[in-house]
Ligand binder design. Structure first.
Ligand code: C2E
Ligand code: MG
Ligand code: MG
Ligand code: MG
Length: 279
């Protein structure tokens, strides 16, 4: 009986794997064709200065408008793009697109582009960034590159020299999703980051959990002492925003202000005042 169950389970598992592997293979073929087909689009989400309550920049977030499946979220294709190396051409495209778009905005606000750890294995990363700036005419100081700590885990000597080179060129470097992953404070000593982005998971529970509040307070305090801008991710409520303002968090980003929207809506987002006047 046990044996039968075992075999049944085994067969089911194998069949499942086949279907999954096939679906993955199909998605990979689609992903390879997607750039040529022009199926990617960059959406922009505003980032607000908390004290001044104005938009100071936008984060560029890629979207895949699949011909049959509709919009596919990055969570569902970035991992595959990283495994296959396709994140390199896709990431290059996002970077160039974001620089071209930002250079045309009516205000000199920043644009933040996410970089995958895999893009750091490409020896052309620095020249790709310089090319994107040159081709668009965007001044380097308006470009922010967001990396996660996982970037610093791999081959950190080579990675650090790339980051230093980019920063020397005037590009700003942000530490994304801070507080998740390994979150060793030594990362903050290994590179002079311009910005720490406090992960949404802490912001979400800001008003309801004392420990999340304590963590956010500690990180904004750390930012102040180190002279690093802090940005809260995933701000959805006025209560969260008020607490962030109290704590002296520098910037806020989230659905409370706007979800990521197509490039054509950037000017509207720049003009839009907050719905609620804060005291
Ligand atoms: P991320 O860089 O941490 O980006 C923030 C994510 O949080 C975005 O999800 C954004 O839409 C979402 N978000 C913002 N405000 C709120 C909020 O108030 N509530 C909630 N629930 N979510 C909010 P998105 O666009 O789905 O991107 C997910 C992740 O995919 C990004 O996380 C980033 O790691 C990756 N990604 C997106 N675009 C790119 C890209 O061009 N290159 C690379 N390498 N990764 C990218
Ligand atoms: Mg990001
Ligand atoms: Mg993030
Ligand atoms: Mg994130």
């Amino acid at each position: 009986r046990a044996k039968e169950d075992g075999r049944g389970t085994y067969r089911f598992f194998e069949t499942g794997m086949d279907a999954r592997a096939q679906a993955r293979r199909l998605l990979e073929l689609d992903l390879r064709a997607a750039l040529q087909r022009g199926e990617f689009e960059v959406y922009y989400q505003p980032i607000r200065d908390v004290a001044k309550d104005v938009v100071v920049g936008f984060e560029a977030l890629v979207r895949w408008n699949h011909s049959l499946r509709g919009m596919i979220s990055p969570a569902n294709f970035i991992p595959l793009a990283e495994e296959t190396g396709l994140i390199v051409p896709i990431g290059d495209w996002v970077l160039r697109r974001a620089c071209i778009d930002a250079a045309q905005w009516s205000q000199d606000v920043g644009v933040a582009v996410n970089l995958s750890p895999v893009q750091f294995k490409n020896p052309n990363l620095v020249s790709t960034v310089k090319e994107a700036l040159k081709a668009s005419g965007l001044p380097a100081h308006r470009l922010e590159l967001e990396i996660t700590e996982s970037v610093l885990l791999q081959n950190s000597e080579a990675t650090l020299s790339v980051l230093h080179e980019l920063r020397a060129f005037g590009v700003r470097i942000s530490l994304d999703d801070f507080g998740t992953g390994y979150s060793s404070l030594s990362y903050l000593r290994s590179f002079p980051f311009d910005k720490i982005k406090i992960d949404r998971s802490f912001v979400t529970e800001l008003a309801t959990r004392d420990d999340s509040m304590a963590i956010v307070r500690a990180v904004t305090g750390l930012g102040k002492s180190l002279g690093i801008v802090t940005t809260a991710e995933g701000v959805e409520t006025d209560a969260q925003f008020d607490l962030l303002r109290q704590e002296g968090c520098t910037q806020a980003q989230g659905y409370l202000f706007s979800p990521p929207r197509p490039a054509a809506e950037v000017e509207t987002m720049l003009l839009k005042p907050r719905a609620r006047v804060v005291a």
